[in-house]
Design a protein around this ligand. Structure first.
Ligand code: RIB
Ligand code: CA
Length: 318
């Protein structure tokens, strides 16, 4: 049996979702991508789905794309086009996709793909957007839980938010779905802001890649360079490619620090909406599910490995 991780990626591309997908595409020796599902988040569902189709083809990935939730389970949709640009990819243009989305909802696509796995095989879910599709999947079809090796997600924080002072964007958008995921009992790796804020490209590297003669490197450099024009990153040393930490953790866990602890989600409507409550009180763990929380990262090594992977992808695409 192949020792590659079987992957289903649920995303809202989204500049850093695009970088995460490139990292996955650069390492076919480690990942077998079974499909991509999309949700609203950084931009509306029509744009995240079109972006996923364009990116998959541009990266040479022959995988199905299924569109999912156009909005959260309960709350009003909230997007982040101020950070990701009107088209969701820093206004960098990718060729129009030839393929269309599969004619079924992402949740059904995830369910059927997981249940069709050969006996004994499991899949790793990699959500990098709001958790609406995954929360619906686990609610409608709980039988998939035993076929999921882990959920390696970008979201949350043990030390303050980015969408608000307390909540990270993906969790903030759909707290109810996130609460379903974190309380599901499925093994979870939370790639939260404590680590992802340290991982990305510095200005010089983003500028260098933006001028690279290899198209895929150039486009990704240009997307990340767009981040620096946004208030979030304007004064900072790096532009964080949050979502790429999911695949980088699976490739190089040694560059991250982690702690296991229970995590719950605040589904209030007040100032702490979407806060991931990370409980470090070991005496209070009892029989609560423990989440592997990324608490830190070697940002310099992350950048080196990311650039190496982008160059590997460029070589493969020719
Ligand atoms: O907080 C960062 C997360 O929100 C990333 O997934 C980014 O793409 C946005 O969705
Ligand atoms: Ca995302």
């Amino acid at each position: 049996m192949e020792n590659k991780r079987k992957i289903l990626m649920d995303c809202d591309p989204g500049i850093d979702d695009a970088v995460a997908l490139a990292l996955c595409a650069a390492h076919p020796e480690a990942f077998r991508l079974l499909g991509i599902t999309t949700t609203m988040g950084n931009v509306t569902l029509d744009k995240t789905t079109d972006n996923a189709l364009r990116l998959a083809e541009y990266y040479g990935l022959q995988v199905p794309v299924a569109a999912g939730a156009a909005g959260p389970v309960v709350r009003e949709p909230k997007t982040a086009s101020d950070v990701h640009g009107a088209n969701g990819l820093g206004n960098v243009q990718f060729p129009e996709a030839k393929n269309k989305p599969v004619p079924k909802h992402a949740v059904l696509f995830l369910y059927e793909t997981i249940m069709e796995l050969p006996a004994g095989e499991k899949v790793t879910l990699v959500p990098t957007g709001p958790l609406t599709n995954v929360g619906l999947l686990l609610t409608l079809f709980p039988e998939v839980k035993e076929r999921i090796e882990a959920i390696v997600l970008m979201g949350g924080s043990a030390s303050g938010g980015n969408r608000t002072s307390t909540a990270e964007f993906n969790i903030y958008v759909d707290p109810e779905a996130a609460s379903i995921v974190f309380s599901s009992g499925v093994p979870i790796v939370m790639c939260g802001l404590d680590a992802t804020s340290l991982c990305g490209l510095d200005r010089e590297t983003a500028a260098r890649l933006s001028e690279d003669p290899r198209p895929v490197v150039q486009k990704i450099g240009q997307m990340i360079a767009f981040y620096f024009s946004c208030a979030v990153y304007r004064g900072g040393p790096i532009a964080a490619t949050h979502d790429a930490v999911t695949f980088m953790y699976m490739l190089h866990p040694e560059i991250f620090t982690t702690e296991k602890m229970p995590v719950s989600v605040d589904c209030a409507y007040g100032e702490t909406r979407g806060m991931t409550i990370c409980d470090r009180r070991k005496w209070a763990f009892e029989d609560r599910p423990l989440v592997t929380v990324l608490t830190g990262a070697d940002g310099k090594r992350f950048q080196e490995l990311l650039v190496e992977s982008l160059e590997t992808l460029a070589e493969r695409l020719g």
